[in-house]
Design a protein around this ligand. Sequence first.
Ligand SMILES: [Zn+2]
Length: 296
Amino acid sequence: MTVLSIDIGGTNFRAGAVLEDGSVIKFEKVPTPSVFCSGDVLADLAGHLKAFSEGLTIDAVAIGFPATLDRDRKRVVQAPNIPFMEDLPVCDYLEEALGVPVVAERDVTFALCFDTDKYDVPDEGLVCGIYFGTGIGNAFLLDGKPLTGRHGAAGELGHIPVPGCTIPCGCGNVGCLEAVAGGKAIARIQRERFPETGIGDMFAFHSEDPAIVELIERMASAVTTEVNILDPDCVLLGGGVLTMKGFPRDLFEEYIRSQTRKPFPLNDLKLLYTEDEPDKSVIGGAIYARRKLAGR
Ligand SMILES: [Zn+2]
């Protein structure tokens, strides 16, 4: 089965034709606005996918969104980075236009599918993915299937409220965790305290600065919050922040372990650090689509 898997981000649109063994036979990364230019979002998307897959036999389409989706995974509910995709019948439209099954999910769930496959994490039980990038991506797989919640909106660790924080968030609320515990916070600290340091060197040069230490503590408390609520079988950690030069992983883990409930989940806590690969959600989308269409 060949899956056409796409990832629609606020900046870039990625598409890949992925074979059963995970190899990608055709790939593109283009600016998202270049795909959606006529004003008819769904027609643009269908036309682009048809052109991309010309000469290929495509059996299914997987679409990853940086968004909340409805429980049936048919529509985007809220997408601050790609608001033009909100509340459109994207799956039904593409199935009609392309004649193949179309599945949609949050991009972070696709990333988690990629990582559980790559690192041979068993399907059984509850697996959490926490990805520290610009925001905080969060997803769960329960016995291999995404845990969606009643309205499809589960897994929003980045939007846990931080008392006293008044920074507005893209979700519409004020004082969300991802404003103080991820890439946005690093950028703010760099701007306010170390304008002469390149953002990529913030940990390498300033990991003992109190603002950076506090950031690490907040990132750790995000992980601990999830672990103490859910007692998961395994936690996969990833995202660009964790792979930045000089990231103080020992301190991060020390905070996590000190705040995790004892004796359990602490004594059997499985933290797995994943590599940051920009196209993991494209390949992960194909893995997810195969599982879902096979009824697994
Ligand atoms: Zn928020």
